[in-house]
Design a protein around this ligand. Structure first.
Ligand SMILES: C[S@@+](CC[C@H](N)C(=O)[O-])C[C@H]1O[C@@H](n2cnc3c(N)ncnc32)[C@H](O)[C@@H]1O
Length: 221
């Protein structure tokens, strides 16, 4: 299993504990400091997810969590800690290149799990001035992906793959957002809504503005 954009690399240790051979890459050299704490640190490498140092069809599964939104954008934090983001004109093409690379290293019949905040949902709890803080944004902001954009990106890779979306129930634990009063107020409601979205007849809701976080399951044919 490859974790593309693995951050602190904890997933690779968790995968090993569960009996899987996990590998992780991240483009930030600073992550090496965190990786020193990992038992499986020899399976963690600094690399860009658009040019992976692995042979084609090497992995049964690929995970990429909270990474696609960072491809093809410029993010900044001002001296006062204010977060801002702008999209590059080549954003779509760069994301196609990213997805094509993840699908290249995945074997036919393998599964890519990709997740990111939903562009259609008006509040972004992941990229604010402080962890978990609400950041209001327009659906026109060229940053977070929508289900439609991810579907178009997969198609544009030209690779035979099918995409579907799951409810983020169980994926989101509302840990950081509960630091804020509105998070504590809304978390039980949100948990109930995500439970509803996981019902087979209501999965269509995962692709709408009602869902804060996209969880895409992409199967390579
Ligand atoms: C929000 S963090 C998510 C980390 C981890 N996947 C997790 O769920 O905890 C995004 C990570 O993607 C990495 N990243 C962003 N662009 C990347 C790229 N082009 N290639 C590899 N890693 C990238 C960043 O360095 C950062 O560690």
């Amino acid at each position: 299993v490859l974790d593309a954009g693995c951050g602190n690399g904890l997933s690779v240790d968790l995968l090993a504990a569960a009996g899987y051979e996990g590998w992780g890459v991240d483009s930030s050299p600073l992550r090496r400091w965190q990786w020193r704490e990992r038992a499986q640190r020899r399976r963690l490498a600094v690399a860009d997810v658009r040019t992976l140092p692995f042979l084609s069809s090497s992995f049964d599964a690929v995970i990429s969590s909270g990474v696609v939104e960072h491809i093809g954008v410029v993010e900044q934090r001002s001296d006062s800690g204010r977060y801002s983001v702008t999209g590059s004109p080549a954003r779509f093409d760069e994301r196609v290149r990213f997805l094509a690379e993840l699908l290249r290293v995945l074997r036919p019949g393998g599964t890519l799990f990709l997740d990111a905040p939903n562009r259609l949902f008006p509040i972004d709890f992941w990229h604010g001035d402080e962890p978990g803080q609400a950041r209001w944004h327009s659906w026109r902001e060229p940053f977070l992906p929508s289900a439609r954009e991810l579907t178009r990106i997969v198609r544009a890779t030209g690779m035979a793959a099918e995409i579907r979306f799951l409810s983020p129930r169980g994926r989101l634990r509302f840990g950081q957002v509960r630091r804020w009063w509105y998070g504590r107020l809304l978390a039980p409601l949100a948990a109930a809504a995500l439970g509803l979205m996981s019902l087979p007849g209501l999965r269509w809701m995962t692709r709408t503005a009602l869902n804060p976080y996209l969880v895409a399951v992409i199967r390579k044919k």
